[in-house]
Each structure stands twice: as structure tokens, then as C-alpha cells.
Design a protein around this ligand. Sequence first.
Ligand SMILES: Nc1nc2c(ncn2[C@@H]2O[C@@H]3COP(=O)(O)O[C@H]4[C@@H](O)[C@H](n5cnc6c(=O)[nH]c(N)nc65)O[C@@H]4COP(=O)(O)O[C@H]3[C@H]2O)c(=O)[nH]1
Length: 540
Amino acid sequence: MNKLGVLLLACTVGLLALLAPLSLSLYLAQSQGREAVMSSLHEVANDVLERARLQRAQINAAISQLNQQPPQAFCSSQQLQDMHRLVLGYRHIVGMAGMAGSTLLCNTLQAQTEPLALGAFSGPDPSGLRFWNKVHLPGLPDQVFAVVARDNYAAIIHPDFALDLLNQQSSVSSAFLQTRLRSIIGQRGVVKEQWVQRYSGDGKALEFEDDGYFVVIVPASNSETAALAAQSSSVVAERVRRLALIIAPLGLVLGLLLAALVAYLARRRLSLKGELQAALERDEFFIEYQPIIDLHNGRCVGAEALARWRTQGGKLISPSVFIPMAEANGLIQRITARVMEIVVRDAAELLRADERLHIAINLSSEDLKTQDAEQRLKKLSEEAGMGPRSLMVEITERGLMDPDKSRAVLLAVRANGFQVAIDDFGTGHSSLSYLATYELDYLKIDKMFVDTLGTDAPTSLVTMHIIELARSLGLQMIAEGVENPLQRDILRKHGVQYAQGWLFGRPMSIQQLREFIDQHPGDGTGDVAESQAAGGFNAG
Ligand SMILES: Nc1nc2c(ncn2[C@@H]2O[C@@H]3COP(=O)(O)O[C@H]4[C@@H](O)[C@H](n5cnc6c(=O)[nH]c(N)nc65)O[C@@H]4COP(=O)(O)O[C@H]3[C@H]2O)c(=O)[nH]1
């Protein structure tokens, strides 16, 4: 990705990081606010129903008591006195009355001189109660009552009793409804007719938003009544606003932090690429060579060239870091070219002197997309007067991702007489079938598999399969990362020809390699003196 691309990406990610937490938290605040309001409205409606249920239970009990009293003159002063005493025992009843159908004949709240026709009633409910709302008793003009009758008696109650909830917030309206008639029996606060009309009477609770209010209607289970509770949605809006005031700065800080992180990473990425470019220009790369040993006679047959980068400040950067970076930034071909030049400069004399020696150079996937690397290798080796067998190329499975191009390049490499090894085999996704379609000379057994030798790890069997596979394809084998004599012995026993690893020698300078080669001419016994090569990148 180029500089502009990285900057644009950083800005976009930064902006997203800024907006995402903010909008998400606002959305959550909104939906949680709505849920919280609806649930508190359900609570209010259920409280109303509970109070109404209690009140009806008291009315039924009071009327039953009157029915059970010994016969006496109806509406006599004795009976009114008895009724009065009864009222004192029921907190939710303000008075009792004697009835004849829909006519109130006497009551305990006043000395009634004439019968009072109450008119049409609602009910009866399942317990036989009939209801009259908004009843005015003569002599008590300022008060409105509800009358609830059964048989020849009635209780006089405050219609709003069920609505007088303890701890009710003033912003919550409530109403007690007659569902069949869709009428309001009593109400507190704003209750709109249209809300009552929306209730279908199907016995299910209903919640909705209307005209700037959240509304909940909950029916009573055993009567034709329901409770309604409502609250202005501005309360939720206020809650969301307050939450937003807390969350917005947090989202802003989080977003800025994320944006700063993105900017930092982008800058680093840009600067690492720049540094890599400058390193090529300043010639900060050098090579270390890791000896490769013939397992049957201990002779050093050559080495693998491993690139090293020492920065201007003297810091050594691992190829595991800068090779992928170079691959990602289109610089790997320049690095490969540089490695080839250094190898030829370092080792031409050595290789010319002993044609049995070879140096292996790693190619990356980009190097297999064009003929450049192959041409350069040919030109450099010819100019240096080296035989082609002095150089070998190592390719990884990843390098073969574009099979048509890589196959053509590798054919050309081999046609020039260079040898080809497949590296890191078994660590990718390739299979036996694809391996057979390439012309190869060596298979390098990855350290990952060598590590399992002599252990109980199930993958040690895989190592044996890889050895079998190489043998069946007629490939020679080089085991990587051999660290102990047991691994060496097992490999040798299974016919692996070559090995490299810390057991024999760590990556070293060309001078050290020359000495190493002199010290390992091969004595025919196959026993290799374990070496602790001084220095080297991996020497620690
Ligand atoms: N623990 C342990 N490690 C051992 C042992 N023997 C060898 N090694 C390390 O294993 C790596 C072997 O190289 P590789 O598989 O080609 O893996 C190489 C290769 O894929 C890549 N690389 C190095 N130089 C070049 C280059 O010039 N071009 C390209 N394209 N890739 C390179 O970087 C990778 C890492 O290289 P290094 O860090 O030098 O690490 C090297 C080597 O130092 C051992 O006994 N024990």
C-alpha cells in the first residue's frame, strides 16, 4: 500500500473509531431507556390492578358479611349502624349502602331522605359486582364516588383509590379502565381517550408509543377492567441526553486514542519501508552462512546464505522481520539481487576452488514471478567463473503460489544447471501431488519436523512420511535445525543425506565458513564433530 493509501486508511479507521463507540452507545442508551420506561410502566399498571383487586375483595367480603347478618328491617337505623361498624374494618371502603336494583335507598355517609336512582351500571363482573362511576351523593356535592353493588348491598368507594399508588413518580400517568365499554373509571395525570380506544380487550397486555408518550395497558385477569400507565417520551430523551453527555467524551477519547494508534502504526509502517529502502542504498545488508553437512561422512558440502540487516545504529534486524516487510512493500526483489551479489562476491573464490561445494540462496514468491532473479543468477555466476552447481536456490511452498509462472522460472533455473530445493515443506498447504509437478533436486525437512524426532510427538510420524515422500520422488534431503546427536542419528538411519543446524554450526561469516570447511573435509566415518561456531547471528 502506498503512502497516500496508508494515510487514507488511517484517517478512515480513526474516524470510524471515533464514531462507532459514540453511535453504538447512543443507540444502546436509547433502547435501554425505552425498555426501562416500559418495564416501570408495567410495574405501575400491575400495582394499580393489585390495589383494585384488594378493593374488590374487601367489597365482596363486606357485602357477604351483611348478607349473613340476622334479618332486620332493611335500611333501618340499626342496620345503618351495623354497616357503619363494618366500614371501619375495611380500609378501602368509605361507606355502605342498601340497594334496590339500581336505586340507592340508604347509605352510611349521609342521612338519605329520598331514593337515588344511579342509572346504567357496568358489569356484573364474574363475582356478580355491578359498578357505577362518578356518583354524586346529594348533600356531598364536591365529592365523586363509585358504587359497587352485589345483591341488595353496595360499597361506596373513592374511584381513584386504585390509582393512589405509593412511591409513584409524578411524571407517570395512570388510569383504571372498563375494557368492554372502553371507558375510564378513574385517572391520574394525562390519559388520552385514543389510548383507551386502542385496547382491543383481547386479554393481553399492550404497549405502544403515541403522541409523545410511552403507554402500557395491562388487563386484570378476572374482570373486565384494566390498568393503564403512561409516561412522556421526553423523559427517555432526557435520560439519553444525560447518558450521551457522559459517553460522548469517552467515545471521543477512545476514538482519539485509536486514531493515534492507527497513525502511529501507519507512520511506523511508512518509516520502516523508508528505512528498508535507505538500508538498500546504504548497503546495510550482509550475509551469514550456515554450513550444510553430509551426514554419512561429516563433510561440509556448502552452506545456506542467510540475509542480515545491521542498521546504521548497529541494531541487528532478523530476516523473519525484514523479509516479510520487504515482500509486502515490493522491495524483496532488490534484496534478493543484493544477496546474490554479496554471495558471489564473498564465495566465488571458495566455490571455484572446490566444485563440490555449493551455496543456497533463498528466493521469495515475487522472485518466481519474473525471469529477473534467474537471469541475474546466471549472469553473476558466469561473470565470476563459477560452475552452476555451485549455486542452489531455495524456494518455499508460499513461493509456488502462482504455479504456472513459478514452474516456468524454475525450469529455466534448472535448465541453466542450478539446483533447486524446496524449503519449509509441510508447513504450508501443499501436497504430494503438486510437489511431483515440479522439477526439484532437494527437499528440506523443516525444523518443526526435526524437533519431533526422538520424542513421542505424533508429528514424528509425519517426519517419517516426508522422508518417504522425498525418497519416492527421487529427491535428496537436507534436514534443517538439527540441534542434537539423537536427531542426527535418526535422520542418518532413515537415509537423510544432509543436515544443517546448531549441532554442526550456527550461521557464520564467510571467513568462519572457510575455516569450517577446512575443519570438516569428511573422514568417511560419518561422525561429525559437534561445533559451537563462534559469533553468527544466532549465536546470541
Ligand atoms: N533454533 C534454531 N534455528 C536454526 C537452527 N539452524 C538454523 N536455524 C535458523 O533457521 C532458519 C533457517 O532458514 P530458513 O528456514 O530458510 O528461514 C529463513 C528464510 O525463510 C528467511 N531468509 C533468510 N535470508 C533470506 C534471504 O536472503 N531471502 C529470503 N527470501 N529469505 C531469507 O528468513 C528465515 C529465517 O532466517 P534466520 O533467522 O536466519 O533463521 C535461519 C537459521 O538461522 C537450529 O539448529 N536451531
